[in-house]
Structure formats: C-alpha cells, structure tokens
Design a protein around this ligand. Structure first.
Ligand code: SF4
Ligand code: SF4
Length: 445
C-alpha cells in the first residue's frame, strides 16, 4: 500500500499520532459493542493503519474488514480527548486499499457511470420499482437469481417493503411547480403558498437519491412545509451528492459529482440550497474541503457550502402557523449521525416536532446511537448492521411513543426494516412529514 500524496500522508500521520491508545472510544463504538473485537474499535483500526504505514503488517485482504466495517458514525471522535478523526482516517484507508487491491467492478460502475448520469440512474430505478411492485424482484431474490447477479442488489431488494409508483421528480407538476427554461437549463419553480405568513428565502431544493426514488413523500412534505413558511422553491436536474463513493473511499468519483453539482447550482440566484436528507446536507457542506486543492473550484465550492442548510436547520429560523392539533401524537426522535455529529443539529428537529408538528415529545434513550444503516452498510454488512439495529429498536420498544421520527431517508429505511422485523406497528417517519401533518398539509403516497 502506497500513501503517495503529501496531503494524505500529512493528514493520516497528524491524526494517528494523536491516538494514545487510551480506549475511551470503546464504549461509544457500535461495532465494538456488538463484536467485542479490538479490530472493530477506533483504537484497533488506527493501530492497524499505523502498523501498515510502518510496514509492520502485510498489505493484504485481511485489512478489508477492519477498514470497511467502520460505520463512519463519528461517535468515537466525540468521546476522544484528542479528537482523532477515525471516520476520516478510514475513508483514506479505503481509498488506498482500493488503489492497491482494486475497486470492485460493480462499485466502479455505480460511482463512475450510474451516479453521474441522473437519466441512467432514474431508468434503472424505474426498472427496480417495477420489479418490486409486481413482485418479480422478490421472486428473483427467493430463487437466488438476484444474489447470483449481485449480492448488493439482493440485499437492497430485501430492505425495502415497497417502492413508490411515482418518484419525487414525477410529482413536481402535481405539487404546483411550473416548468421554465433558465439559460438552457430546465428549472421547476414553486412560489410560496398563498397562506404563507411572510416572505422567506429563495430555496434551491436538493433532491437526494433516497428521497427521489424510495421516499418521495418525505421530500414532498418538506417542500410543502417550506412553501407554507414563505419560501420560493427551485428544483433542477442534478447528480447524487457524492457521499456513497466518498464513504467507499472513491474520493475521485465524489469530487467529480461535487464539481458537477456546483456547476448546475451556481447561477440559479438561490439564497440557500436545502435538503431534508441529513446525509446529503452533511456531505454537501463538505464540498469546500473536498475541493480545497482544486484552484478552479475552491471559491465556487466555498460559496456552495455556505449556502447549504439542512431542512430542520432552515425551518427552525422561519415561521409557520400554529399546528392545527397539539399534543395528540406522542413522538420520539432518532438522531441521524450525519445530523447530530456531522452538523451538530440536535435541538431543532425536537423543537420543530413540538412547535410546528404539534406533537408531544418523548426522548429516546441513546437517541444518537447509530442505527446501523450508515448509507448502504445494511447491504454491505447485513449481520453487523442488524445487531446494531437491534439495540436501537430495543430502545424504541422502551418508549411509549406512537411514532419514531428521524431526519434522514437512510435511517428511515433502516429503522422501518427493524420495525417490520419486530412486527412493531408504530411507524417511522421523517420530521417533515409530522410537521406537514401538524400543519394540515396533504402528502401523497
Ligand atoms: S481514538 Fe481517541 S479515545 Fe480512542 S484510543 Fe485513540 S486517543 Fe483514545
Ligand atoms: S466511526 Fe463509529 S464505527 Fe467507526 S470506529 Fe468510530 S465509533 Fe466505531
């Protein structure tokens, strides 16, 4: 394994030198808590990386698990007195691992061909949606055909209870958006709701892949709520935020997606770029850092990053009418890692559930403990992911809440899977949906 860029070497050495092996991170690490194996702790992973750099251990396949089974949840960094960024170290380690051992062809295709083409991605998702809704994909999974084609596909199929007939982008017209042409670019515009109490910012809405293809009603709810809060909303064609390739250590693919997104958003005249996907908002805020060494994109990336807001963050600064009913619904809340640690946003969603959603709030024990979803971790590491999820669902079972709310589509998919596994009838919903309901707004399927 070669660490051949100065930046990587400096970052890795600076971080590794801070790890004094104290072990304070052990209690907060979800993978360690379910395996009790040293190699699955921040301390163990950092030690392996250090030994590798120093040439004390072979650069072989045995490193795949310790480097790739980290959730990148960031919980260890919070506990660490010296603030070792193990999650970022593991991204670097994965990049170097693939440079030596090669990126799996299916991932290379997804990150370099599929994600940079929204048209191709949408086409594939339409096929998957059709397969899921007609039962064909379930049959193929039971017969082992999906697993034969690809284990990732098989895992993904099993996670979703169903797929929507219409993606979020298919619903824009029905939501009240009008289609316009802006310098050769198709732009969808929705004015603030007639009931809006004041004029809010002009918001470019970033539609995450999970929202568009799997949970369109969460994006629909968020847009309707923003419109009611006085925002004008703009939707354009754009790519995936880049977090999936980044998490797998394909930083080049993530940078390519970031550049494309900056390019299409930059001349829209939007005050803010908003998304209800906490994973997307967290990663979009990292573009300035991601492209810091690219002279052409340094300044545009800084401007882009400065405009990003999570839905819960921006809504907490806007005003909405009093909810139509108050205190009828008892809700608890799971903190997505990308919101609570990635963006230090914890109070706003809780407050919004009460003030704007009219809910009665009950705190969830260990609310900020990772649910095990971690992007596609539930597909790449199903056994570990399920054990981590089990702890989360056990905590939910302790509460008397009627609904489990959260603020990230990836968490919703994982938590809803856990709920179904336990036959728990209580739904998992995005904060935006609860607010929309509290405000008397109708949201589709
Ligand atoms: S990562 Fe931090 S908390 Fe964990 S062993 Fe190293 S110094 Fe201690
Ligand atoms: S990022 Fe999460 S899973 Fe990875 S070492 Fe830290 S606490 Fe453990």
């Amino acid at each position: 394994m070669k660490f051949d860029t100065v930046m990587d070497r400096e970052f890795i050495n600076d971080e590794l030198i801070k790890c004094n092996q104290c072990g304070y991170c052990l209690r907060s690490c979800p993978t360690y808590q379910v395996t009790l194996a040293e190699a699955t702790t921040a301390r163990g992973r950092n030690t392996l990386l250090r030994d590798l750099i120093n040439g004390n251990i072979p650069d072989d396949e045995g490193l795949r698990n310790p480097f790739f089974d980290c959730l990148l949840c960031g919980a260890c960094t919070v506990e660490c007195f010296t603030d070792v960024k193990t999650d970022e170290l593991m991204v670097q380690a994965r990049e170097q691992f693939y440079q030596t051992h090669g990126e799996p062809p299916i991932l290379h295709y997804i990150f370099h061909k599929l994600l940079p083409s929204s048209r191709r991605l949408t086409y594939l998702m339409r096929l998957l949606s059709l397969g899921k809704r007609t039962g064909l994909s379930g049959l193929a999974r039971r017969l082992g055909i999906l697993g034969w084609i690809n284990a990732t596909l098989e895992g993904a199929e099993g996670l979703m209870a169903c797929m929507p007939r219409q993606f979020l982008r298919d619903r824009l017209e029905r939501l009240g958006f009008s289609r316009q042409n802006h310098d050769g670019q198709t732009v969808w515009l929705m004015d603030p709701s007639d009931e809006a109490q004041s004029t809010g910012p002009r918001v470019a809405y970033f539609i995450g892949c999970g929202t568009d293809f799997l949970l369109p009603h969460t994006g629909e709810a968020a847009m309707k709520v923003l419109s009611l809060a006085g925002c004008q909303i703009i939707v354009i064609e754009h790519n995936c935020c880049g977090l999936p390739p980044y998490s797998y250590g394909d930083i080049a693919a993530a940078r390519h997606l970031a550049r494309e997104n900056i390019r299409v958003f930059q001349d829209l005249g939007a005050d803010l770029i908003v998304t209800e996907c906490a994973s997307c908002s967290s990663f979009l805020k990292q573009y300035a850092e991601l492209l810091a060494d690219d002279p052409e994109y340094t300044e545009p990336a800084q401007k882009f990053t400065a405009a990003i807001r999570d839905f819960t963050e921006v809504l907490a600064e806007l005003s909405l009418p009093q909810p139509t009913h108050s205190g009828c619904l008892v809700v608890t809340y799971h903190d997505p890692c990308h919101l609570v640690r990635g963006q230090q946003i914890a109070d706003q969603p809780r407050q919004l559930l009460v003030d704007a959603g009219g809910a009665q709030f009950h705190e969830l024990p260990e609310a900020d403990w990772c649910c095990g979803g971690a992007g596609s971790y539930n597909i790449s590491h199903p056994e570990l992911s399920l054990k981590i999820l089990d702890r989360k669902m056990g905590r939910f079972a302790e509460t008397k809440a009627e609904v489990l709310a959260t603020a990230c589509p990836a968490c919703i998919i994982q938590l809803d899977y856990g709920r179904r596994q336990r036959d728990d009838p209580r739904p998992v919903r995005h904060v935006a949906e609860i607010i929309a309901e509290g405000q008397g707004l109708m949201v589709g399927e």
